[in-house]
Ligand binder design. Structure first.
Ligand SMILES: Cc1ncc(COP(=O)(O)O)c(C=O)c1O
Length: 336
């Protein structure tokens, strides 16, 4: 990893120190260039024409995403953020009245809202699996909770507000052993932890572009394991995801793009592809090692300050860090 080169390629370096990669990271120049070039082409020849002219490159974004997570390109849908991606999988999954959804204490709040909605509408039961003494999801408790009425396991790998890393692979093994669908929120993991969907054993995985991947805002993706593409019907469709083949009939696309709709921000997609390629050119092993070392250093120095209590949960920590500062009330980030 050539840190000097990476810093040189990051226009935001040199300004105020930016530590909010868990919110939206500083994009590298190749990502910015990919977006701006596409926008300029749209301005010169028109949006549809720019799409046609750049179609090959835009199609390669699916290959970039698939390569990054060890999936096949037809298992990838490109969407506008991680929430939409997650919801597409969640709302498509058929669950029968009384079915239990197993989740974790660190589940992303928006996902939980969707669970509450389906639980109220469809008579589902949400069960939060307790954490172990370290604060990570307790795999023993998850195994003990399994039963024939479990319809879904949906957990967050790395939460929004701290360094916890939940045992996503262990959850995958349990889900597989019991034949239960597994939806993994990898939004905070993408770009800082290597993702291998086969090792994770997940059926669905959602993530965003703008966090540790350093892509643009307004981008995200959904991975849908191949076996689901035979049966899974999106909760919403249009004539892109489900071409209109006869007057009273549509056919779902055979790939995960059945979860997409016709209109998209292609400039941002180009930026997303550039972000994946940028990360993979550096190498996820190198990135993960660097992120871990910097986060450990940050925690050690914060812990040594006095008056700062580190609040990260779990035994393995990711890059985000939560701490309590003596004399300072807890503060909440607000984009408004
Ligand atoms: C763990 C986690 N899941 C999902 C999301 C939602 O991502 P998006 O804002 O791209 O919809 C976030 C955003 O902060 C997150 O931290």
């Amino acid at each position: 990893m050539d840190i000097e080169q990476i810093r040189w390629e990051t226009p935001g370096i040199g300004g105020p120190v930016h530590l909010l990669a868990c919110g939206s990271a500083l994009m590298p120049q190749p990502v910015v260039d990919a977006i701006v070039e596409h926008i300029q082409l749209e301005a010169q020849i028109g949006g549809y024409e720019a799409h046609a002219a750049r179609d090959d490159g835009l199609e390669r974004v699916y290959d970039s995403v698939a390569r990054h997570i060890g999936a096949k390109r037809h298992e990838i849908a490109l969407l506008e953020n991680a929430t939409v991606a997650w919801c597409h999988a969640f709302y498509a999954l058929p669950l029968t009245r009384g079915a239990r959804i197993l989740t974790c204490e660190a589940e992303y709040a928006a996902n939980y809202m969707a669970m509450l909605q389906r639980a109220a509408r469809e008579g589902l039961v949400i069960e939060v699996i307790p954490s172990d003494a370290s604060g990570a999801l307790d795999l023993g408790a998850l195994e003990a909770a399994m039963g024939p009425d479990v319809g879904l396991i949906a957990i967050t790998w790395v939460p929004t507000n701290g360094g916890l890393v939940n045992p996503a692979e262990g959850v995958g093994r349990i889900a597989k052993a019991h034949g239960v669908p597994y939806l993994l929120d990898a939004c905070q993991a993408a770009g800082q932890i290597k993702i291998d969907v086969a090792a994770l054993g997940c059926d669905f995985l959602s993530a965003t572009g703008r966090k540790f991947l350093r892509g643009p805002r307004g981008t995200g993706f959904l991975y849908v394991a191949e076996k689901w593409l035979e049966t899974l019907e999106p909760a919403m469709i249009d004539f892109f995801g489900a071409p209109w083949v006869a007057r009273d009939r549509y056919e779902l696309r055979p790939d995960a793009r059945r979860f997409e709709t016709w209109e998209n921000a292609y400039a941002l997609r180009a930026g997303l592809g550039a972000a994946f390629d940028y990360a993979d050119a550096i190498g996820m092993d190198a990135i993960a090692a660097r992120v871990e070392a910097l986060a450990d250093q940050c925690r050690a120095e914060l812990g040594a300050l006095g008056g700062v209590v580190l609040r990260d949960l779990g035994t393995q920590n990711a890059a985000s860090s939560a701490s309590r500062w003596r004399g300072m009330p807890p503060r909440r980030w607000s984009g408004r």
